[in-house]
Structures are given as structure tokens and as C-alpha cells.
Design a protein around this ligand. Structure first.
Ligand code: MF3
Ligand code: CO
Length: 256
């Protein structure tokens, strides 16, 4: 069942969404050579607590990992796809890309968003990977309209990514969001005909999060049980927004 939110509930999700936006903006400005992913974690945790919010990821149980995630951020470098863990030892270097993913809960409602940021000037291929991934998210956002179907959203990401010669991660998907971080439906970044294709209705909120690899799609999880990496070592990008279906079209809750 896909839970629909009232306008008052969407306003609460908006507050969570804007806090997540502000955190990611601030962290993106902080990203430069010599900064560690632990530095980003500390800054994010302070902003979340200062806002009177609760971090959504820290303590979140993920069955596949078999434990609770220990940080407020996922910081995934280069060939890391998702769930990279902040560390004092991971110091950013020119030529790296870092995907920063975070979520917060305010007044019972969640926000969740991710960006991938280059450290220094990216080379042409990396630049294209970031542009194509972000553009695929924008195309999907534009499909979040009453009367459209879920596959319109999934298909928009898939078509754009494949047309540019990159590959789509299949093991990790977007999701509904509201009073839980993960609600129905799953939002794969490809049309999955084994799943249902519900019609989108006012009040539904989707967290759309394309994870795109420069090389092959296959991933594996490191011995830490969390960090997902590309099998071929190619770079991976990740962008995410929470988007509500409204009478006026898509409402991106995680940006102004
Ligand atoms: N943005 C990811 C998601 O929505 C990361 C959350 S997993 C966690 O699924 F364990 F880090 F919380
Ligand atoms: Co998410």
C-alpha cells in the first residue's frame, strides 16, 4: 500500500527536506582536497542536532548488512556506489568524486537526499557521468504527476542513462518516504516488469535516487558488510531527491 500524505503532512516533510538540502549544500562547499569524510560527518551531525532534528540513517537497521548503520552520512568515494562509511582515514584527493547521502526526521517525518561532488576539476568522462546521472533524476522528477505511472518515473531514468552509455545499478533502488524512511513503493532506476506499476496520485512521495556506473552495472559489498562498490572498479554517481505528487505537478521537497 502506498501511503498518501495530506497537505499538512507534506509541509512537515518539506521542513525535513529543506534541512537535508541545507546540509548537503554546506557539505558540498566544504568538499576539497585534504578534507576527510569524517570531517563531513561531524559537520552534518552538528547541523542536524542544531536544527533539533534526528539523523535518519544513524541506527537504521538494514537486514542485508545485519546491523544498524553507525553514521549520519553515507560518503561513497569513486567506485563506491552507496553506504560508504565516513572515516578519518578517507581523505579527499583531487580527481575523487564523493557521493554524500543523508536523511533526517523532524516531527515524525523524513527527508532524504544525495549529491555527488567532484574534488577539484573532474575529467571529461567523470563530468559526463555526473551530468547524465543528475539529468536522469530531473527527467524522472518531471514524471511525478498525478495520472502518470511509476514506470514513467523509472523509465525516464533508465532511458537517459542507457542512451549515454552508462549502466544502472540494480541492487539498490529508490523508495516511498513519509513517517518511515523506506515506504512502498520501491522505485528502481529501470522498469522492472516483475513489480506493479501503480498510478501516481496526489499526496504520494517518492525518493528517486539513480545510482549510475561509468562501467558495468555489477556491484559487490565489501567485508565491512555495508560499502557497495562496482565490480569493475569504475566510478559511480548518485543523486537523490524526495518528490511529492501535487495538483500543481511535482514538488521537490529536498530543494528550495
Ligand atoms: N539513501 C539511502 C536510502 O534511501 C541510504 C539509507 S541506508 C542507511 O536507502 F542505512 F544508511 F540508512
Ligand atoms: Co533514499
Amino acid at each position: 500500500m502506498i501511503i498518501r500524505k495530506s497537505p499538512a503532512e507534506l509541509e512537515k516533510m518539506r521542513r525535513a527536506g529543506l534541512l537535508v538540502y541545507n546540509i548537503l549544500q554546506e557539505l558540498a562547499r566544504t568538499v576539497e582536497e585534504g578534507v576527510s569524510t569524517h570531517d563531513l560527518e561531524i559537520a552534518a551531525e552538528r547541523m542536524i542536532r542544531d536544527a533539533g532534528a534526528r539523523p535518519a540513517f544513524k541506527g537504521y537497521y538494514v537486514p542485508a548488512a545485519g546491523s544498524r548503520y553507525p553514521f549520519v552520512l553515507c560518503t561513497s568515494l569513486n567506485d563506491e556506489v552507496v553506504h560508504g562509511m565516513p572515516s578519518r582515514k578517507r581523505v579527499l584527493r583531487k580527481g575523487d568524486i564523493v557521493s554524500i547521502d543523508t536523511g533526517v526526521q523532524i516531527d515524525g517525518y523524513y527527508g532524504d537526499s544525495a549529491v555527488t561532488v567532484p574534488v577539484g576539476e573532474p575529467n571529461e568522462q567523470v563530468k559526463k557521468l555526473l551530468e547524465v546521472t543528475e539529468a536522469s533524476l530531473e527527467l524522472a522528477i518531471d514524471k511525478v504527476r498525478s495520472g502518470n505511472r511509476l514506470f514513467d518515473v523509472c523509465g525516464a531514468v533508465e532511458r537517459h542513462v542507457l542512451a549515454h552509455g552508462f549502466s544502472i545499478v540494480r541492487e539498490y533502488v529508490g523508495h516511498g518516504i513519509g513517517t518511515a524512511l523506506h515506504e512502498e513503493p520501491q522505485v528502481p532506476n529501470y522498469v522492472d516488469r516483475k513489480n506493479e506499476n501503480p498510478r501516481l496520485k496526489e499526496g504520494m512521495v517518492l525518493a528517486i535516487e539513480p545510482m549510475v556506473n561509468a562501467g558495468k552495472a555489477d556491484t559487490r559489498v565489501l567485508a565491512d558488510k555495508w560499502t557497495a562498490v562496482t565490480r569493475d572498479g569504475s566510478f559511480s554517481a548518485h543523486f537523490e531527491h524526495c518528490v511529492a505528487v501535487t495538483a500543481n505537478g511535482p514538488w521537490v521537497l529536498t530543494r528550495p
